[in-house]
Write a protein that binds this ligand. Sequence first.
Ligand code: PLP
Ligand code: COI
Length: 334
Amino acid sequence: MDFTDLGFQYHKTHQNYLSRYRDGAWDQGILRDEDTITISAFSPAIHYGQQAFEGLKAYRTKDGHIQLFRPQDNAARLRESCKRLLMPEISDEKFLEACRQVVLANLDYVPPYGSNATLYLRPYVIGVGLNLGVRPAKEYLFGVICSPVGSYFKGGLSPVDFMVTEFDRAAPNGTGKAKVGGNYAASLYPNHMAHELGFADCIYLDPATHRNIDEVGSANFFGITKDGCFVTPKSSSILPSITKKSLMVLASQIGLCVKEEDVPIDGLDRFAEAGACGTAAVITPIRSITYQESKFVFPTGNEVGPTTRKLYDMLTKIQFGDLEGPEGWTTKIV
Ligand code: PLP
Ligand code: COI
């Protein structure tokens, strides 16, 4: 396998983890070879979107170890998503043990240090079983599947163009801050339209007023102001990104002021640089944002801004074990 040219798609791996919840308790779970599951066609996951998922990566370090980045935060977020959709929660221990087993069962799919690629882990919880009415399921599956991945956006650390869509991915008091499939279902059409028009993805505005940037369909938004602040939207309808939360810490370490606040779409000229951040997106610099009839090009244009690059270097060095991060940010698997 050429780990240097992967993109973000599924490559079959050896094994995945699957656990079943029945009669009020999770079983121990097993590692299995098949990457398919058989469930009732009446499952609420299929009809009513009763499901949630996570995304995290296993990083190969220079000395050959493998580590996860802030997996406890993914476990905690999955619990929040499960609560919102009335699904049984997964403990930190169970979540971490499932991730650990999947990494260990797929060691030769963890890309080598220096390839910039990683093993992407996709934990999921789905409501299964016979259920016709709009009610939560009685049985659930918790699985962790994986695939080696490279960049989510073409070119990795190279600037992309986004457009603002008039569609919403979430409602003001809806499920935007939970990582549930419904948000992504709502983003498929706008995302397709954006691609047709030559954009890498779309930016959603806050669904209540349509005045402020909420997030990108697959990542959070941040901007670096001309006077040295890291600014990122404060909104109840965006996914609380673990990457964003980490960048807020790193930004303050390098002397930027850090603000979580409304980011008006008609006030982009305060920014010297902007980017999208997330597990899959890592940090993807934004070249331009097209809103209605006008295209705003950030001053960095085709270049990666100096602050964006600094944050990217710090974040990825911590993730790949070249730089010591704050206490507890990395979890060694092997
Ligand atoms: N926003 C959305 C809609 C996402 O799908 C993701 C990816 O998980 C993010 C933001 C970034 O979150 P994180 O940094 O925790 O991966
Ligand atoms: C992630 O970054 O882990 C995500 O889940 C984003 C997804 C759109 C691939």
